[in-house]
Ligand binder design. Structure first.
Ligand SMILES: C[S@@+](CC[C@H](N)C(=O)[O-])C[C@H]1O[C@@H](n2cnc3c(N)ncnc32)[C@H](O)[C@@H]1O
Length: 375
């Protein structure tokens, strides 16, 4: 572990300044939560972070590691910003990298804890231990006996457990069935894991960021209340107040990529010769409407889509592909993927285009997460 040469009084002054800036944004109204942020040494949990550089195309690159020997370290640690701490490749794309762990933005952490009304007397499960900083805040607030934290990446988990023990906290890392009044995830999910329902007590509240894997364009925060019989949960969506990295399915990869068939160059060239074109019935900018983009994703979960420079690219695991720009759809494969979105748009209009805050989300312990529009 990196040893930081940090003046013990110095970090407290900086933590107080960070708390003041988070309060200015409207968080930390509860003095107990304010004390947790003011008295938890973030530098202890984030001994180093990755320095990024963004190239002219907007792609981020890791250009170095910042630790306690660097003058910028403490300024960054005690400011309201997320700090990236790990990258992993995408499955099937050696050499690629995607963020796979970080210390979240303190105001977003505070927002989640407040949205869940976490207060002493409750038992809380956090999914996504990461650096352990958020778990430490929860331990300060609730006592470590009331906190469980889980992490898919054992290396990260062991490092976080050590750091937590270093400040006197020993939260559990083994979820207990029907053990929790609150569950919060500091990673995004595309389906609510059924385990969360079985770990929650009846009436428990769950908060998570619901979004497609590795997608900052589409998503919402989801707040669920677990049924009295504990077999499912019902909830509401709200516009996201922070984006979380996707849940990993395995620790080795940041995500499973687009799950596309791997093709040789010849196969790609052959496919390029198969492109068909048609006029759009619905223009690509319908996906600028965040609510429709979310609805379209939930209705077409097997379609991966990305918007850039006014164009939409869609693909599916069977190799079907579409690109929509202006008035034209370019298509390859058996499925017309844009037609699926066009049908969804007709239904969306028929439903009266309700705001996401009016939708209901139903989750069952068999693993389904279903969005229900009003009417
Ligand atoms: C934004 S970081 C967590 C920040 C953390 N709470 C902190 O205070 O440092 C998201 C974390 O979720 C973890 N994660 C991803 N998929 C997961 C899964 N399926 N189950 C549990 N943890 C997961 C990642 O490895 C990563 O450490």
């Amino acid at each position: 572990m990196t040893t930081n040469r940090i003046d013990p009084r110095g970090w407290r002054c900086r933590a107080a300044e960070m708390v003041a800036s988070v309060k200015e944004k409207g968080y930390l109204g509860d003095p107990r939560l304010e004390a947790a942020f003011a008295q938890t040494p973030r530098h202890h949990f984030v001994p180093e972070f990755l320095r990024l550089d963004v190239d002219p195309e907007g792609a981020a690159q890791v250009v170095g590691v910042v630790d306690g020997t660097s003058p910028e370290y403490l300024d960054a640690l005690y400011s309201d910003q997320a700090l990236m701490t790990q990258t992993k490749p995408v499955r099937g794309q050696p050499g690629s990298f995607v963020w796979s762990s970080s210390s979240s933005m303190p105001s977003v952490m505070a927002d989640m804890i407040e949205e869940l009304d976490v207060h002493p007397g409750l038992r809380v499960l956090e999914s996504g231990t990461g650096t352990g900083y958020n778990a430490a805040i929860l331990c300060h607030l609730l006592g470590d006996a009331a906190v469980t934290t889980i992490e898919i990446d054992q290396e990260l988990l062991y490092a976080a457990i050590d750091r937590l023990a270093g400040v006197g906290y020993h939260p559990s890392t083994e979820p207990a069935p029907r053990g929790y009044d609150r569950i919060l995830a500091t990673h995004a999910v595309d389906q609510v894991p059924p385990d969360w329902i079985t770990w929650a007590r009846p009436g428990a509240i769950i908060l998570t960021d619901l979004r497609p894997p590795s997608n900052t364009q589409v998503g919402a925060w989801l707040k669920l209340v677990v049924d009295a019989d504990g077999r499912g949960a019902t909830g509401r969506l709200m516009p996201p107040r922070g984006y979380f990295m996707s849940a990993r399915r395995v620790p080795e990869f940041a995500d499973d990529g687009q799950n596309l068939p791997e093709l040789t160059i010849e196969e790609h060239q052959h496919r390029a010769g198969l492109i068909e074109r048609r006029d759009v019935r619905v223009p690509p900018d319908v996906l600028d409407d965040a609510a429709f983009a979310l609805y379209s994703w939930r209705r077409n979960l097997d379609i991966w889509s990305w918007r850039q420079d006014g164009e939409v690219t869609l693909s599916a695991a069977d190799g079907s592909w579409a690109q929509v720009g202006g008035d034209t759809v370019s298509l390859i494969g058996d499925r017309d993927l844009w037609a699926d979105v066009e049908h969804t748009y007709a239904d969306w209009r028929a439903f009266g285009q309700p705001p996401i805050t009016d939708w209901t989300v139903r989750v069952t312990s068999d693993g389904s997460t279903e969005v229900v529009l009003p009417g």
